[in-house]
Design a protein around this ligand. Sequence first.
Ligand SMILES: O=C(O)C(=O)C[C@]1(C(=O)O)C=C[C@@H](O)C=C1
Length: 362
Amino acid sequence: MSEEQELSKLRDQIDQIDQQIQQLVNDRAKCAQAVAEVKERYAQGQQIQFYRPEREAQVLRKVMDRNQGPIANEDMARLFREVMSMCLALEEPLKVAYLGPQGTFTQAAALKHFGHSVLCESQVSISDVFREVEAGTMNYGVVPVENSTEGVVTHTLDSFAGSSLQICGEVALRIHHHFLSNTDPEKITRVYSHPQSLAQCRQWLDSRWAKIERIPVSSNAEAARRAASEEGAAAIAGDAAAELYSIKVLASSIEDMPDNTTRFLIIGRDETDASGDDKTSIMVSSRNQPGALYHVLAPFHEKDISLTRIETRPSGVGTWNYNFFIDFEGHVTNENIKEVLGKVSASATEVKVLGSYPKAVL
Ligand SMILES: O=C(O)C(=O)C[C@]1(C(=O)O)C=C[C@@H](O)C=C1
């Protein structure tokens, strides 16, 4: 057989398989439409929850568990992420608010979590994301909460104190920063970026661009926007911003820590059912007395529950009063978690469950 003949035979096979995949994807979409009809039929005047974070996590975990390759587990899960996103859009086109502007890592996190068939709308501040979701103008919101190099995003944690919103998911995103400019490198006099990104690339800048001015701006996307149009300016930003503002990548992945990762939270108005592999976030206000944190944490140790994060923030009430933000493994409906929370409540002035949600799959 000639090369031409061999290729033609294989391409015929690919055409047939594509036809089957297409048919099956549409069959799946029809099932999702039928699911929507059932949800509507049983709604009884209640707000219908078309988006089901726990089910989506289960579907993606199954995809990864049964995957045999040669396509990598994560790549296969991303494909199904998009299929499910399209199916959900047939049930209800979701509106998702994110900390903008366009081209930020938070937008990338929103798309990674929900897939590309949702309507993403950028917001100016974290408070605006909370407000839009609380008001019901947007179905869900995406906000950054912590970075592996720079630590916690305090504004996000503080916003939970006065909000009724629930965390219904988390996304982790590897953050790659690039040094961008459309100017001749010899003529670069300043670099714009968000303060956290400047900090995350400090050593790289010190060693290569020690003499240029570092100018903090409100977002990396804003940095790229300015650098794209200003002579002598550079920006530190990610792929999406570089693409959006057509700005050249002079050096890529310049972050000081190679595993630089940011974690984002998905916030919504509803509680999420258990998916089988969940996390819970709580906020504990405690009395200003010796051993306060010990009494809050001891019940977790007694029940052998893994804490994944703990942050302390001034409560804003009186002086030297604190809120502890604690993340741990498990779902509020698990019996052992209920017991632990009962004990924590006994030693605290307030325990607020910020949400139980599936651990990030992708
Ligand atoms: O199982 C459901 O409740 C569905 O609506 C179906 C489906 C899916 O496509 O698999 C779609 C959206 C939900 O977020 C979860 C899953």
